[in-house]
Design a protein around this ligand. Sequence first.
Ligand code: SAM
Ligand code: ZN
Ligand code: ZN
Ligand code: ZN
Length: 272
Amino acid sequence: MENSEDVFNDDYEHPENVEYILESVLMPSDGSSEFNLLAEDYNSILLNQCRCNETTCENIETCTHGGQYEFKPQQKELTLKKLENTARPIIECNDLCGCSKNSCLNRLVQYGPRRNLEIFHSTRYRSHGLRTKVHIPSGAFICEYAGELLTVTEAKKRLENNHTLGLMNYVLVLNEYSNEKKQQVTIVDPSRRGNIGRYLNHSCNPNCYIGAVRIDCPIPKLGIFAARDIEAQEELCFHYGGEDQSKNINEGKACLCAAANCTGFMPNTSIE
Ligand SMILES: C[S@@+](CC[C@H](N)C(=O)[O-])C[C@H]1O[C@@H](n2cnc3c(N)ncnc32)[C@H](O)[C@@H]1O
Ligand SMILES: [Zn+2]
Ligand SMILES: [Zn+2]
Ligand SMILES: [Zn+2]
């Protein structure tokens, strides 16, 4: 299995002057109560360990976390089973779980981005993009979208600033719902500090999508997964509109994705 080493592995670098971070970090404190709540969540540990004992944690019937990933021997790696419901949380096993790290089939994002990714100049998008040097199977984990974790107030300020100054926008807002009710919003900005995930462009017909992945913290990681088989040299893209792709279209900047179903506009990043 490609990701079977139980160590975090990420030796990518930025082509420009941005601080490389391996996973999301808190924004600088602004002293607000909103920041304090975010910091409290960031510093909390999820006490939801599974009680499996040396089993594979594959089976949703027996493992309280399992069931989202599957190991297909022909692909030689864990892949995400269900592609339809991206808002569904994915919970990985962690150090508190009863299972063995070596045999657990519910640990993927925690080992870091896949290898053979490459930052390049995308002529289509006239800026940086991310592509793969080798084939990627459907459902495979690409990388986290890691950056500074923002409060809603700080995110609104940064969005306004990006808009006013005509800067590229890296702020990503992930809403999670349960029974159609919004449960949690996670906002990540890799503009100043981030990982390789910041280079994926938007497409109206993307080959990747974002899922919320929890490991040992109530704040999810934004995991980028392959939405289909992806060929070597293909640029990796996801839909910036997130869970509701019909919203916020026809409002943003002109879209350069060139997909047959392109709406002509990039979705605006909005915070409800
Ligand atoms: C998260 S960054 C993606 C990486 C970026 N291209 C770079 O050079 O660092 C998002 C920015 O890339 C550009 N971009 C991404 N997708 C685009 C699209 N479909 N059409 C036009 N510009 C896009 C926009 O400037 C957007 O604000
Ligand atoms: Zn388990
Ligand atoms: Zn496990
Ligand atoms: Zn488009």
